[in-house]
Design a protein around this ligand. Structure first.
Ligand code: NAP
Length: 313
């Protein structure tokens, strides 16, 4: 089958399109014929070798975690889906494989594709919507009427977080470049702040939740603008985040949390329901054919993508 592979760790040049064997199916897996996938910062970090302790040193290495496609074959123990079903989901862990014609997926890492979405639109959702949902619901315990600030609001995770915070009926402040403000108001943000011209930390305590999606606002700086029992959630795996999480675990009323997204059939089903009711929609910056995988990574690496970079297989 055709697949994008990494020939080693490095710059975009290590990405190639190659012919590789179709995955072998385990009893608890589903073989999905991939129609579309999406690029995440995680793909770039892996390509650069930043997580080599987890991703290992075996090349050629398959890439990609988000997917949407059709069930081609089901493992002997799989009961939740059947051949021909349209599905979407994300792979857990550090071994990718969705930038390919077929991928083997654990049955609990996919769900039925939202019927109203194309495969490209569906592929734009899993990793980012699950990250936003798990950050706001599981880490920050989001509640109706709260004030929520989202930093990095126009990107993949941010554009999902703005919408999901709206579904929970909270008042959303979005931080982004000015040219994204109209777009973020349309997604439901009550207020938009341009990070070039305003310092968010220059505020009184006003937020119940500060979701630092972009990862450049430390807990120490945000703590004064959190209300009593407010929560700062970060997406970045960095020492200062672990330190803040540990320091605030028991003594402080204001908490620091780290979200680490986990694939979940239940959460993918929840996202599908929200799409079907029209409360949540995918945001696509651009769709690239698999052959243009290097260009797709380059767009992701600009750190100014609005929503998602999608790959058509
Ligand atoms: N821990 C986890 O499980 C997990 C899961 C998913 C993602 N992440 C991490 O979360 C981060 C964001 O992921 P993503 O998929 O949303 O990335 P993305 O789609 O590439 O997000 C890019 C966004 O960042 C914004 N941005 C750029 N400079 C900024 C600044 N100085 N201040 C505020 N915003 C700025 C851009 O907005 P403008 O164009 O408006 O500037 C752009 O829309 C990445 O570091 C990723 O690795 C972690």
């Amino acid at each position: 089958m055709k697949a994008a592979i990494l020939t080693s760790y490095g710059t975009a040049d290590v990405l190639e399109i190659s012919d590789v064997p179709k995955p072998q199916l385990q009893a608890d897996e589903v073989l999905v014929q991939v129609h579309a996938a999406a690029v995440n910062p995680k793909d770039t970090f892996i390509r650069k070798g930043r997580f080599r302790r987890f991703s290992g040193n075996r090349f050629p290495m398959l890439a990609g975690f988000d997917f949407a496609g059709e069930v081609f074959e089901v493992g002997a123990r799989v009961k939740v889906t059947k051949v021909g079903d349209a599905v979407y989901g994300m792979l857990d862990g550090w071994q990718g494989g969705t930038f390919a014609e077929y991928v083997a997926v654990k049955a609990n890492q996919l769900s039925q594709k939202p019927e109203s979405l194309t495969f490209e639109e569906a592929a734009a959702m899993p990793l980012v919507s699950l990250t936003a949902l798990q950050a706001l619901r599981d880490k920050a315990n989001i509640k109706e009427g709260q004030e929520v600030c989202i930093n990095g609001a126009s990107g993949g995770v941010g554009s999902m977080a703005v919408q999901i915070a709206g579904i929970y009926k909270t008042i959303v402040t979005a931080i982004s470049n000015k040219h994204n403000h109209d777009f973020l108001h349309q997604l439901g943000a009550a207020e938009c702040i341009d990070y070039h011209h305003a310092d968010i930390t220059n505020n009184e305590p006003r937020f119940n939740i500060f979701f630092d999606v972009f990862g450049n606002q430390r807990f120490k700086a945000i703590k004064p603008i959190l209300k009593d029992s407010g929560v700062w959630v970060s997406t970045v795996v960095q020492p200062h985040v672990f330190l803040s999480v540990a320091k605030t675990m028991f003594l402080s009323r204001k908490k620091a949390k780290l979200v680490v997204v986990k694939s979940s059939r239940e959460d993918l089903t929840k996202v599908r329901e929200w799409v079907q009711t029209g409360e949540l929609k995918p945001i696509i910056h651009e769709i690239y054919p698999l052959e243009k995988i290097r260009e797709a990574y380059a767009q992701q690496e600009t750190k100014h993508t609005r929503g998602k970079v999608v790959i058509r297989i």
